[in-house]
Design a protein around this ligand. Structure first.
Ligand SMILES: NC(=O)c1ccc[n+]([C@@H]2O[C@H](COP(=O)([O-])OP(=O)(O)OC[C@H]3O[C@@H](n4cnc5c(N)ncnc54)[C@H](OP(=O)(O)O)[C@@H]3O)[C@@H](O)[C@H]2O)c1
Length: 213
């Protein structure tokens, strides 16, 4: 699958790019600066350029930018995203208080994206609880489930498949609106990291059928 990573030069984007490339996907790393995207791509052994070029031709777009850049990034790419499957991993953190839940005006970053882009864009919320520190250890298995929210069944299924290709279990966690809970849980995990001196607290859902393991 052709995957375009907007902001793919960052901590989370790099790990996703490497793991998906290893699983056989064609990755385009995007950046605000084409040269930075190309340099990162060369380092990771994938292709890259500016964000618009990463989105062009992608079957799935993954947006990996800080919340401060979220609205601006979507506004810039809106014209290219019509009908597209877009996985938004954004957590609306409010530095420096990143260990406290902050509900943005639209209640979740991904709901704000949907409002901005309109119903034509098939948004999926996922990967909020997978630490970049773990993703970048390419040969290590990651002890974390990935909860996936979307209003589009096919987009959700595609995402769950891509999550399996990262070596993780993706679970259907309901409509996009449920992402309010997903995004809100990340500051709690960041709090746990500090409280218990961990580098990447994760999330594991118990009590589900064994077939999902
Ligand atoms: N890090 C994690 O462990 C983790 C885990 C789960 C979810 N998340 C979420 O995933 C998203 C990305 O996290 P990250 O840690 O990868 O972030 P990051 O490394 O700080 O930034 C990712 C990329 O976003 C672009 N960017 C940074 N500031 C920007 C701005 N003001 N305007 C436009 N683009 C900007 C940069 O790309 P260019 O300079 O190349 O344009 C940067 O490489 C965040 O929303 C975060 O909450 C992170």
């Amino acid at each position: 699958m052709r995957i375009g990573l907007v902001g793919g030069t960052g901590r989370e984007g790099r790990g996703l790019a490497q793991r998906w490339a290893r699983a056989g996907h064609a990755i385009a790393v995007g950046s605000r600066q084409a040269e930075r995207g190309r340099a990162c791509a060369a380092e990771l052994g994938v292709s890259g350029g500016d964000n618009a070029s990463a989105v062009a031709g992608a079957e799935v777009v993954v947006v990996c930018v800080p919340y401060t850049a979220h609205a601006e990034t979507f506004a810039q790419l809106a014209g290219q995203l019509s009908g597209q499957v877009v996985i938004d991993i954004t957590v609306p953190l409010r530095p420096p208080r990143v260990r406290e839940v902050h509900l943005p005006a639209g209640q979740a970053a991904v709901l704000e994206a949907q409002e901005l882009l309109g119903p034509d864009v098939k948004l999926v919320a996922a990967l909020h609880h997978v630490s970049s520190a773990h993703l970048s250890e390419l040969d290590a298995s990651i002890d974390c489930d990935v909860l996936v929210c979307s209003d589009h069944d096919r987009a959700r299924q595609i995402t769950i498949g891509l999550i399996a290709d990262l070596g993780l279990r993706g679970l259907d966690a309901g409509p996009l609106r449920n992402a309010i809970a997903l995004e809100s849980l990340t500051p709690v995990l960041l709090y746990l990291n500090r409280r218990y001196k961990s580098s990447g607290a994760g999330l594991r859902i118990t009590g589900l059928p064994d077939a999902l393991d």
